[in-house]
Design a protein. Structure first.
Length: 215
């Protein structure tokens, strides 16, 4: 039994960025698909799984201890939220943001460093891109909670985590559907930063991969 566990841990460590990519895709795809079947949107459970996978992907960085502490704080805050303490929900979201920002930075560093490019480098590059989308998505949701009507009238806004993530990836990919529109200066500023950062990241990433491939 112990040997099987060690084999699984070793396999996970060698492909941790691939596993993180799988959890991120599950968050984006399974959330909307499972909602009609189970009666609620499991986005909160999925972003918790993303946090665990993101911390595991940064196991070889100097931020690991900080990430573990933030992960524990997130779990404690979420458990207390379930015990009729909804005031701790914004706290848990803020802790999640801090942890995932650090994990995304470590993932992007892994993607852009080194001379050889293997599958883990590619997965790390994709993970960093998707993590940025999740970070801004939850950031938009928190912004709408702190300053209502940042994305339209209060009745039309109600930008929860699921809608925030949707708007984030629409902005990151510069699709611009127009069904959700930032109206406050803070919301517009975040949207501009995300759109520009997404395009710059893709340009740097392509240049890095092409350069490594030519070498």
């Amino acid at each position: 039994m112990r040997e099987r566990v060690m084999t699984f841990v070793d396999g996970y460590a060698r492909h941790r960025f691939g596993w993180l990519f799988a959890t991120l895709l599950a968050t984006l795809a399974l959330g909307p698909l499972l909602t009609p079947l189970i009666g609620f949107n499991p986005i909160q459970l999925l972003i918790g799984a993303n946090l665990v996978a993101a911390i595991a992907s940064a196991a070889d960085t100097r931020w690991l201890r900080v990430l573990i502490v933030l992960g524990v704080l997130f779990l404690v805050a979420r458990m207390l939220t379930l015990l009729d303490l909804p005031v701790l929900l914004p706290v848990s979201e803020a802790v999640w943001l801090c942890a995932v920002v650090l994990a995304a930075a470590a993932t992007a560093r892994r993607a852009l460093r080194g001379d050889a490019v293997d599958s883990e480098h590619v997965f790390a590059a994709l993970d960093a891109y998707l993590l940025v989308g999740l970070i801004f998505g939850l950031g938009y949701s928190m912004l709408d909670q702190l300053w209502p009507a940042s994305f339209g009238s209060p009745s039309a806004s109600d930008l929860g985590a699921a809608r925030g993530i949707y708007f984030s990836f629409v902005t990151l990919a510069t699709l611009g559907y127009g069904d959700i529109v930032p109206v406050s200066d803070a919301a517009r500023g975040l949207a501009v930063v995300e759109a520009v950062a997404g395009q710059m990241y893709m340009a740097v990433l392509v240049a890095r991969l092409v350069s490594a491939y030519r070498r």
